[in-house]
Design a protein around this ligand. Structure first.
Ligand SMILES: Cc1cc2nc3c(=O)[nH]c(=O)nc-3n(C[C@H](O)[C@H](O)[C@H](O)COP(=O)(O)OP(=O)(O)OC[C@H]3O[C@@H](n4cnc5c(N)ncnc54)[C@H](O)[C@@H]3O)c2cc1C
Length: 511
């Protein structure tokens, strides 16, 4: 990355609407005129000239507070930037999202003054990048039991451990490292602490032991890192209460910002589907005119509307001035559903495009592998759905309102949607629920919360026809999910399944 020597000040910036418009045009030019993204995307990394051009306008300044020379870190602008990037390239947008939610926001909110100033200046002047390392080979979903640890030595913290799958591995200049305090008897404290690591400083280099062959998001490097660094005491983040609560605030904010990455991507899926279907002739007529195709396109359009509602909502709520540690229900609902929409929209586009799309150098094929890990990272969707259900269950127990409809009619996240869903939700919730039923229940709740957000978006003057279609499609999805939820199934793995289960032997015996 090239270094521009003078850090910009906020007065140097173009007005945001102008910046974002020019940024979109620049990405289009870079990915479709100067380079061909379909060919570039099948190679790992990004050509240096492209990265240089993308970073030239200092996009990451959007995520930096004004008092440190940035554009102010406004959520709606951050989401718009992520959306502009994901229309052209989901991996690029993920790269922005990592810098934003997983490094700059937590550093700005919890970093010590001296460290913050240096980091932000370095980002603005020298186009630096940062990421977050939480996951370890033996502790992914179970991150709270991570084994990376630290001890204090004079004015430094000595951090040791192994981290993997951190986005921007080997590429980022700064990391937030997570570790548990090592007691004098060698045991680890329960809480988790965060440290800024500047890999270009002595004793802070992070060794990449192995680069992974990630299935998608080729632009971004992943791998396994050996951590053995000593960072100055001023680089420790300072939680307001516990480190775990700080981590929840950070992760929930990040999850509320996923719709920024989803927005451009979902719009691109829609535009690609419409363009393809309008041009493609099958059986003597345009694909666009088949009823089944219209259904798929309408669902892609609903995904666009739902994601818009989520962006609108997050713009109001996800600012760093708010502590989101307690907002798990909403943040998890947003993250799970928008990532499911991303994957299902990519699947739908590939279905419509047919064989031509089944290539890494076609947006449809690439979209499937690029969007898939969004359902896994920052909380596996399976687990988040369970957490959504458990959060609702707890509230139901507290209010003693066992009728689901009446409970949701009183809930601030669902009251408007519940009015539309009276026929579906008027039943008492049976307790306790098995884990699989919790997952199904979590899915239902996430869709109801999304419907509520769409209804709130309608008040802002958003196009009415889109709102109506989204509500209809959501209704149908919720009906199907409620139906599945109310039919019981406790099947599990059957031991020694190969004994007596050969269809071939059965055929021979009966013939
Ligand atoms: C592309 C990509 C980018 C990533 N970026 C980052 C990053 O920037 N920083 C970082 O620190 N990490 C990152 N990760 C790691 C990611 O956060 C972890 O993969 C994730 O937390 C899951 O951990 P795991 O892979 O070890 O899976 P596991 O913890 O082994 O879980 C695998 C699956 O098991 C099931 N499961 C697990 N626990 C339960 C349970 N209690 N109940 C029911 N089912 C369960 C779920 O289906 C889950 O998906 C990234 C991963 C990918 C693929």
């Amino acid at each position: 990355m090239t270094a521009s020597t003078v850090a910009p000040t906020s007065s140097d910036f173009k007005p945001f609407p102008q910046f974002i418009q020019e940024f979109k045009e620049q990405l289009k030019h870079l990915f479709h005129v100067r380079g061909d993204i379909d060919q570039l995307s099948i190679k790992r990394g990004i050509p240096p000239f492209m990265l240089r051009e993308i970073m030239a306008e200092n996009p990451l300044a959007t995520y930096i507070p004004e008092q440190y020379g940035g554009r102010g870190g406004h959520i709606h602008e951050g989401l718009a930037l992520a959306a502009a990037a994901s229309y052209e390239s989901l991996p690029l947008s993920l790269g922005f999202g990592i810098n934003w939610a997983l490094f700059l926001q937590p550093t700005g909110k919890y970093g010590q003054e001296q460290a913050k100033e240096a980091v932000f200046t370095d980002f603005l002047r020298n186009r630096k990048m940062g990421g977050l390392m939480i996951t370890e080979p033996d502790f992914g979903s179970d991150a709270l039991h991570m084994q990376s640890c630290y001890s204090q030595e004079n004015e430094k913290y000595h951090i040791q451990g192994t981290k993997h799958w951190a986005g921007l591995t080997g590429w980022a200049d700064y990391w937030l490292l997570t570790a548990r305090h090592k007691n004098s008897d060698g045991s680890l404290k329960r809480d988790i602490d965060f440290f800024i690591c500047n890999v270009s400083e002595p004793d802070q280099n992070i060794e990449v032991e192995e680069f992974y062959e990630n299935l998608g998001v080729y632009m971004l490097p992943y791998g396994r890192n050996r951590i053995d660094v000593k960072v100055p005491a001023i680089q420790k983040l300072q939680p307001q209460s516990t480190g775990i609560k700080m981590m929840l605030d950070l992760l929930h904010r990040s999850r509320m910002q996923f719709p920024g990455m989803g927005m451009g991507f979902l719009q691109r899926m829609l535009d690609e589907a419409v363009n393809h279907c309008q041009q493609r002739q099958v059986g003597g007529k345009s694909l666009f005119n088949y009823d089944q195709v219209q259904q798929r396109i309408s669902r892609l359009q609903s995904a666009y509307t739902i994601c818009s509602a989520m962006c609108f909502n997050s713009s109001q709520k996800a600012g760093v001035e708010n502590n989101l540690a307690a907002l798990g229900l909403e943040a998890n609902s947003v993250k799970t559903y928008v990532t499911d929409l991303m994957q299902s929209s990519a699947q739908s586009l590939l279905q419509l495009v047919g064989a031509k799309g089944y290539r890494l150098n076609h947006i449809a094929g690439r979209a499937i592998v690029d969007s898939r890990p969004f359902q896994i990272f920052e909380g596996s969707n399976d687990i988040l759905y369970i957490q959504i259900a458990e959060a609702i269950q707890k509230q139901i127990q507290r209010t003693k309102q066992m009728n689901l409809l009446q409970f949701l009619q009183q809930h601030e996240l669902t009251s408007r949607a519940a009015e539309q869903l009276k026929k579906l939700l008027n039943f008492n919730l049976k307790q306790p629920l098995t884990q699989r039923k919790l997952t199904e229940f979590g899915e239902i709740i996430s869709r109801i919360i999304a419907m509520d957000l769409v209804l709130k978006l309608a008040d802002s003057g958003f196009k009415k026809e889109l709102i109506n279609n989204a509500i209809n499609n959501l209704y149908q999805d919720i009906a199907a999910l409620v139906n599945g939820f109310n039919s019981s199934n406790s099947t599990g793995y059957i031991e020694e399944y190969e004994e007596g289960s050969s269809w071939f032997d059965c055929y021979k015996k009966s013939n």
